[in-house]
Structures are given as C-alpha cells and as structure tokens.
Ligand binder design. Structure first.
Ligand code: ADP
Ligand code: ASP
Ligand code: MG
Length: 413
C-alpha cells in the first residue's frame, strides 16, 4: 500500500467551493493508487464561526490556570473535529470511502502541557485498521490526548506538525501541505509583490525560515520530517503547480550538484519590543540578575546585547508589562521601544562569503530603514528595525539579493 499524507489549512477548507478543490486534489492522489491520511485545520479564519480564534472568543478566564488551559484545549479541538467530519462527509457523498477521526482516536499521544503540548508518540493501530476498509482517513489536526485521556492541542499552526508526525509514524511516501500560496516563497507574498516560489529547498533552510517568521509551515513539522527523512511538498490547493519540495539534499534529488544559494529567502517577525536596562559600570551581578528574572517568568529573549553600561534584549510585545513590572520591582530602570520587527536573510550559502552584511546594511540605509541592532550566524543575518519599516526593509533585501529571479539564477535545465 502506498500512503500519502495531505494537509489542508484553514482557508483551504473554508467554504464548500474551496473544499471542491480539496476533493479534487484528494481524487488525483487516489487515481495514482495512493491511500490517504488527510489532516485538516479548523474551518476558515476569525470571524468564521468554527475558526480557532472564534472559538477562543467564546470564553473568558481571569487567570491562565492549568484547569483553564485544559478547558481551552477541549474548546479549540472542536474546530478541527468539525472540519474533519464535514470533509469526510463530503468525500462520502462523492462515493469515496472516507472516515473521520479526531486526534485522540487517531492515536496522537502528547504530554499534558495544555495549549502547547508536545507529541510523545503515535499509536497507529486504529488508523491502520481503518485504512483496511477506507481509502481516505480524515484526521483532525492540531490535537491529541494525554496518556490519561485529556484532550490537548499542540500550539498554534500545529496541524502542519500533526501531518508530519503521521507521515513519520506511518512511514508515508511524502507529506503534502496544501495552502493558499504556491509553496515557500522568497518572502511573504503579502509583503513583497514580486516574491517567487522556491522550487527545492533543504529542511535546514526551511526550518530556519519558519523559525524566523515564514508562517507557511510550522518549524516543528519540518524538524519531524527531517528526522524521519520524509520529503514535504508545499503546494497551492487551487493550482496544478508542483510548489516547493523540501528535502535533505536538493542537488541529489535533482540528480545534479547545485551550490547553496547565498540567500534563499527573507522572513520577518513583528510584535517585538526592545528593552534597554542601564547598569553600573561592569556590574556583573546585575547582568546576571536581569536574565534570571526574565527566565523565571518564562519569557523568551532574543537579540541579547550585554555591555559594561547596559543590558539590551527583545521580547514579544505581549510580555512587556510583566517584564517591566518584575525588573522595576528589582530596582532596575527599563527603557522600552515598542513595535519593533526582526527581519532575517536566510541562506546556507552565505557561510564564509564576505560582503553579505555590507550588502544588507547598504540596502537598508539606502531605503531609509533605521537599524536598531544586527546579529549574524553562518546561515542567517538578523536585523532589528521599527515595524513601520517592515515593508521597505523586506522589499529592499529581496531586491538586493535579486530574489525575484531566484529560480532563474539556478537554471535546472
Ligand atoms: P494555512 O492556513 O494553510 O496553514 P497559513 O496562513 O498558516 O496557511 O500560511 C500561509 C501564509 O503564510 C501565506 O498566505 C503567506 O502570507 C504566509 N507566508 C509568510 N511567509 C511566507 C513565505 N516565505 N512563503 C510563503 N508564504 C508565506
Ligand atoms: N487551527 C489551528 C490554528 O489556527 C491549527 C492550524 O490551523 O494549524 O492555529
Ligand atoms: Mg498554517
């Protein structure tokens, strides 16, 4: 039996008309003699009634206790469950042997970190059993259950991860992620009009782009597929295009040796705040205390800059109040710059190549983008800017690295 995993995101299952495209994609795979596990997200986006954010808006908890989080998981999981039954039923109406399972029934077992649960393992027996009598198993994404039977969800955007996890557990031939764009693009097409779809990309670069804000795929999904060595294809639900193939070695995949690209894509994350905290000359105790306060509050920090006279770092905007309160209580003065954004240029080929940082700074300065801070690793360069400059910055870098013609630079013929 050849098995394929297909995942359809919220917009793909949003309306009956869109689901006709979903069914067309499923039928095409069935015609190629595949059996399918189809993972679905909740129907649509807020204010659609069964979208995850709409369900969340139905309740209000004063405090984020474990009990509140457990109930939120029960509520949020309903979105994907409804979606799985609706699609399964529409497939049945077309004469396709389909059935729906929620995450718990499909055997996705997690720990009990409600709202952000980690997948422990998958018990594949039930799906394998259903595959004997059905051609398509529609599985509700984003959810699982603890060993003791509580419903959990695995973090926003988690249906991608569900798809990859079932791909690994069932040793599927590939995981196809269907969405509203034609694959991984050189930048978010909502920000860069000339962004182009990337034909082939490595797991490592994709994971990097996803961590830096390219929300077209969840980084955890990439990591699971990479470990299991299962190729992922990201495609548009509505087109007949091949989209992007994510694999370990794209040169090998194409049968030719292709050099790494200097820059593969530009990603960005907004809603970031920069905190600058003055300290006495070289006061090492204060430096350590600041980070232990933030760590105890479980706030993740980025763009850390420690000098003899100040400590600076960024945090998500949601945590400003908590961080400022805790640091002020400990006697620190905190200067906050709100509404910052992190723009990243990602490319496996930039290692050891001189001039990449210079190209980035020149492009930003020429476009009047103020750089608040910069950092680099061997495959990524990050810049912190004011978020009002996101569009200028991402477009400037996209142009500087000629990404609108990325696939042409790599002539596969
Ligand atoms: P789904 O609901 O199908 O999971 P998402 O909204 O989570 O879809 O992800 C698709 C969106 O990701 C696209 O509409 C696009 O705006 C955004 N996106 C951000 N960066 C990229 C990128 N580099 N390539 C493609 N899409 C991107
Ligand atoms: N519905 C969930 C969310 O909106 C999971 C997903 O779509 O992947 O985050
Ligand atoms: Mg998504």
């Amino acid at each position: 039996m050849q098995l394929l995993i297909q995942k359809f995101g919220g917009t793909s299952v949003q309306s009956k008309e869109n689901r006709e495209h979903v069914i067309r994609q499923i039928k095409q795979a069935l015609e190629k003699q595949y059996k399918l596990v189809v993972v679905v997200s909740a129907i649509g986006r807020s204010p659609d009634p069964y979208a995850t954010d709409s369900l969340l808006d139905m309740v209000k908890y004063e405090e984020e206790t474990d009990s509140a989080k457990r109930e939120l998981d029960m509520l949020m999981s309903c979105g994907e469950t409804i979606s799985s039954v609706v699609l399964s039923n529409e497939l049945q109406q077309k004469g396709i042997k389909a059935t729906a399972l929620n995450g718990a029934q499909a055997g996705l077992i997690t720990n009990d970190e409600y709202n952000e649960a980690k997948i422990k393992h998958i018990k594949p027996d039930r799906i394998k059993h259903e595959l004997q009598t059905h051609d398509v198993i529609v599985v509700a994404g984003f959810q699982g259950r603890t060993e003791s039977g509580d419903i959990t969800t695995i973090g926003r955007g988690g249906s991608d991860t569900t798809a990859a996890a079932f791909g690994a557990a069932l040793e599927a031939e590939a995981v196809e992620i269907f969405t509203d764009v034609n694959g991984i693009m050189t930048a978010d097409p909502r920000v860069v009009e000339s962004a182009s779809s990337i034909d082939v990309v490595t797991y490592a670069e994709t994971s990097n782009l996803a961590h830096q804000g390219a929300k077209v795929i969840h980084p955890r999904a990439v990591e699971i597929a990479m470990q299991a060595e299962i190729p992922i294809r990201i495609r548009s639900t509505y087109l007949e295009e091949p989209g992007t193939l994510i694999t370990s070695s794209w040169g090998q995949e194409l049968g030719i040796d292709i050099p790494d690209r200097l820059v593969t894509g530009i990603a960005h994350i907004d809603e970031i705040a920069r905190l600058v905290i003055p300290i006495e000359d070289n006061d090492l105790d204060s430096q350590a205390e600041i980070f232990s306060i933030i760590e105890k509050a479980d706030i993740s920090v980025d763009f850390i800059n420690i000098s003899s006279s100040f400590v600076a770092f960024t945090i998500p905007m949601d945590f400003i109040d908590e961080a400022v309160e805790l640091l002020s209580e400990a006697g620190f003065q905190v200067n906050v710059t709100e509404n910052c954004a992190k723009v990243s240029a990602v490319g496996a080929g930039m290692t050891g190549i001189p001039g990449v940082v210079a190209k980035i700074t020149n492009a930003l300065i020429e476009n009047n983008v103020q750089i608040l801070q910069a950092a680099d690793s061997h495959t990524t360069i990050w810049v912190l800017i004011h978020d009002k400059h996101i569009k200028q910055a991402v477009n400037a870098l996209h142009e500087a690295f000629e990404l609108d013609s990325l696939n042409k630079q790599m002539d596969f013929s």
